[in-house]
Design a protein around this ligand. Sequence first.
Ligand code: FRU
Length: 493
Amino acid sequence: MLNNEELLRQQVKEEVLAKEKTVKNDPYRLSFHLMPPAGLLNDPNGLVHWRGEYHVFYQWMPFKTGHGEKFWGHYITEDFVKWRHERLALTPSEWFDKDGCYSGSAVIVEDQLYLFYTGNVIQDNGKQEEYQCLAISEDGIHFHKQGPVLSIPDGFQIADFRDPKVWKKDGTWYMVVGGKTDKEEGKVLLFKSESLKEWDFLGPIAGSYENGLKDFGYMWECPDMFTLDGQDILIVSPQGLEADGMDFANTYQSGYFAGELNEQNAVFTHGSFKELDRGFEFYAPQTFRDEKDRRILIGWMGVPDQFEQAHPTVQNHWIHALTIPRELKWNGRQIIQEPLSELETMREAVLLHSEISIENDQNAVRGISGRPVELRVEVEELNDQFAIEFFHYVSLSYTKNDSILTLSRPHLEDKTKTEFRRVKLDNGLRSLRIFIDTSSLEIFVNDGEETFTSRIYPDTEDPDILFTSLGKTVFSVEQWRITGYQMEAIGDA
Ligand code: FRU
């Protein structure tokens, strides 16, 4: 007799095999991004660099393109270019995680890999409960579940208590967990531990009605606390913020607070919330420090409850992807996000390197068929405004007099409408670095001061990138074809 876990693994294997052909033949399948073999992917989980290999786990619903009882899928790489899809890491098989092995993080303890994750449980009466659980591995492939390791403090709702992120400081382990109070206020809770198997609650360190904030959402998901160049940073994904001018335009947001954390008193003194990304699809990012001492971020190229079923890949039984990895730096005022340097090894021949000068006109850079490409644009001279239109689908435009950069695309659900995302660039626009994949766009503005991450669904035969200008604009443009990215599947689920 197969046990519950073996049964689930078997079912996933069969599901992936049954859908494999349709998924692979989807013209919108990406060429340099991590995707689910079939079904739905959401948050990156358990990011860690261990024994020379990078592990990227992810929230995976293999059976449909909607959410539900999540598994932890698993990718491994040494160089961020060649990836192996590994054996399923966690399956929702036990009483404490039977309705989903939800998001969490990884740490290395005496050369073993510890995964902390949320076990999601829906009781027979429909009540939801969430537990912070531990699973341990000797080889980074097979994980042994240890069950729940901490209890929920009073005043918080057990239905919304999730996404543990663990780190070590001065010999003590700390954990932040996302939560919701009985009064529907989103918070981040801090715990500490010596053993990793028992945890003490220190207090809420941030959230609605904490530290000078007023109402700032009813639930805070996926907290991530770390130090970047001496600055303590809390990245978090709050739910329940109202759109406000150019800000908070997506259904849910991801951003950060910078400040100083005092673990002993559970006090995090911080400045204002800054959104990490300005595009249509970005949520639940997670960071980790690698053996080269870099702080690397990977996000989910999707947003929950935001027209998810309108993504056309759904017809071919898969949905969503992770972003490219980004290195984080602190420039004294804010986080800077740069594409990880390893990605430059994917550049093939230079397709184009030239100056483009346009005055009240347009200039098509044709023949860029066969995406994916990386594009670097320096703005050498600008009188008024310009736009770059990609594949007659999505447009990025900038107006000098108000310093506003706008990304627009046909509304995912209601094609008669156009949707916009915008940001004001206080110091103007100098440069753009753009990663274009078959159905995604990641734009790094001014070397990473702002980013726009979005899925795009143009006619895949349309090769054109069009530059247009009102007044005179001079660009210096470099473009590389991207090749060499590999994803190898290990059959054993
Ligand atoms: C964020 C999130 C997490 C949760 C996971 C479930 O997208 O809702 O809070 O752990 O996804 O898949």
